[in-house]
Write a protein that binds this ligand. Structure first.
Ligand SMILES: Nc1ncnc2c1ncn2[C@@H]1O[C@H](COP(=O)(O)OP(=O)(O)OP(=O)(O)O)[C@@H](O)[C@H]1O
Ligand SMILES: [Mg+2]
Length: 497
């Protein structure tokens, strides 16, 4: 166990970390902070939810000269919501030193950002398009930047962003420190990244699997037309605290959230076609628990750290394994457990095998619950809740009404009525979901060929299509798992977001 004070951090930054409740450094923090403090270039790879933000944030803040009024560090992130989140974490880390951190991203009033830039921030966190916009308007100068960080580096260096990143880097002095972080780093992206870096060290936290062991991973094989009913049955039985459901396209996300609302769930969608105000309000409501299901495209797949997310459902299997790793990584963070369920149609089986091969982790097969099992599962969940309430032993004010009821009806009838009241009966309200075509069947084709969507990698990789037969891995993972838990930047993004 490594303590932060053993990593050579200043006392002002230590004060912030104490305030944040950080005691021990996570492995990626312990390995990269000392190197980063020595101004080494590095590529840091560690599983989702293991503290990569502080791994780059702590040394950056520590090196900032707050007596100087120039921008000294810049962090580039692929989505607006992530830029905001990272800037908030950096603000907390920099609190002890009074470091000024500013986020700049598309969809927000540019004049407001220009005024904020005039207040001389030390650290900028932004999305590529808006950063470039400010550079071109000469409202942001990067000539004194000594550290540049690409969060979600492999995403930042893929086809959708690479040109913007190259333009931004060309405005930063050569003698800078360059840091790249992500949970995934396909080899061809890493090779490309090394062109921007000086003798980079690759720090990869040793792990057998690319995904974190905190997440139970299941898949459900189903037909396209039964997916939605199975999804709602799973939601009823598993009763997530907060759930994220990923859909493949923006239309899919709109239709799914509408359908969920029709069936009585409080769900809202987030994707790149919504106004920034709407995106932020949806996310805020989800964090507060005003809505408990967030339906999202891959715009929410990377980096977002929302406590209370116990379940991730891939309503549509993602098109590449990296996306899978990041999507399911929205649960099982900072030591908490989570569950991920991926729906596949029969024709998409080969994608499952590719994901398993890249993550080095087999998903277990989940047999979809029947309607009867769903009702039974819910009753069990309700029973558990009732037992918990009994354990809390706080029922005195209800006792006399209870006695009165029991005078009129026998105990078993009264309890049955209460159960009925608390159980959500199967809802068959008709919903309209446009059928999504299954992903093209893979034979020896290249998996990452997402050219049509503009989101693929420049370098392509091919995976072999052979894999073990997964039919033997069956289990019914229906347990109620609450216990473990406590557009400018979009101009380049694909129509899938
Ligand atoms: N040393 C620490 N002690 C306790 N909590 C920590 C520590 N470091 C980070 N955390 C918390 O862990 C959570 C996950 O951290 P973070 O978002 O940086 O993960 P990440 O590795 O960047 O994940 P992703 O790959 O999904 O972006 C955050 O809530 C963060 O505040
Ligand atoms: Mg992160």
């Amino acid at each position: 166990m490594v303590k932060f004070q053993d990593l050579g951090i200043s006392s002002a930054t230590m004060k912030s970390l104490n305030r944040m409740g950080f005691e021990e450094a996570t492995p990626i923090q312990a390995e990269t902070i000392p190197l980063s403090l020595q101004n080494k270039d590095l590529i840091g790879q560690a599983q989702t939810g293991t503290g990569k933000t502080a791994a780059f944030g702590v040394p950056l803040v520590d090196k900032v000269d707050i007596s100087s009024d120039v921008v000294q560090g810049i962090i580039i992130a692929p989505t607006r919501e992530l830029a905001i989140q990272v800037s908030e974490e950096l603000y907390k880390i920099g609190y002890g030193k009074r470091t000024r951190v500013l986020s700049i991203f598309g969809g927000q009033d540019i004049n407001r950002q220009i005024r904020a830039l005039k207040k001389n921030p030390h650290i900028i966190v932004g999305t590529p398009g808006r950063i470039l916009d400010h550079i071109n308007r000469k409202t942001l100068r990067l000539d004194n930047v000594s550290t540049v960080i690409l969060d979600e580096a492999d995403e930042m260096l893929n086809m959708g962003f690479i040109d913007d990143i190259e333009s931004i880097l060309s405005k930063i002095p050569e003698e800078r420190q360059t840091l790249l972080f992500s949970a995934t780093m396909p080899p061809q992206i890493r090779r490309m990244a090394e062109r921007f870096m000086k003798e980079p060290q690759v720090v990869k936290v040793k792990a057998k699997e690319m995904t974190t062991p905190l997440i139970e991973q299941y898949y459900v094989e189903t037909q396209e037309k039964t997916k939605f009913d199975i999804l709602t049955r799973l939601l009823d039985i598993q009763s997530p605290e907060l759930a994220i459901i990923f859909g493949r396209t923006k239309r899919r996300v709109d239709e799914l959230s509408e359908a969920l609302n029709l069936r009585g769930y409080t769900a809202e969608g987030i994707h790149g076609d919504l106004s920034q105000a709407k995106r932020m309000s949806v996310l805020r409501k989800f964090k507060e628990g005003t809505i408990d299901v967030l339906v999202a495209t891959d715009v929410a797949a990377r980096g977002l750290d929302i406590s209370g997310v116990t379940h991730v459902y891939n309503f549509d299997i993602p098109q590449d394994p990296e996306s899978y790793v990041h999507r399911i990584g929205r649960t099982g963070r900072a030591g908490k457990e989570g569950m991920a369920i991926t729906f596949i149609t029969y024709r998409e089986r080969s994608y499952l095998q590719v994901v398993e091969k890249v993550t080095n982790k087999k998903m277990e097969k989940l047999i979809p619950p029947t309607v009867d099992q769903a009702i039974e599962g819910q009753q069990k969940a309700v029973m558990e809740k009732i037992m918990n309430i009994i354990d809390e032993n706080n029922l005195d004010s209800y006792k006399s009404t209870a006695d009165e009821l029991l005078k009129q009806k026998d105990a078993s009838t009264v309890v049955a009525a209460v159960l009925k009241m608390l159980t959500k009966e199967p809802d068959t309200t008709p919903v309209r979901l446009t059928e999504e075509k299954p992903l093209p069947q893979r034979r020896d084709r290249k998996f990452n060929d997402r050219n049509s969507s503009g989101g693929g990698y420049k370098g392509k990789k091919s995976y072999s299509n052979s894999g073990s037969n997964s039919n033997s891995r069956q289990r019914q993972g229906y347990s109620n798992k609450r216990s473990g838990q406590s557009s400018s930047s979009y101009s380049k993004s694909n129509s899938y977001r």
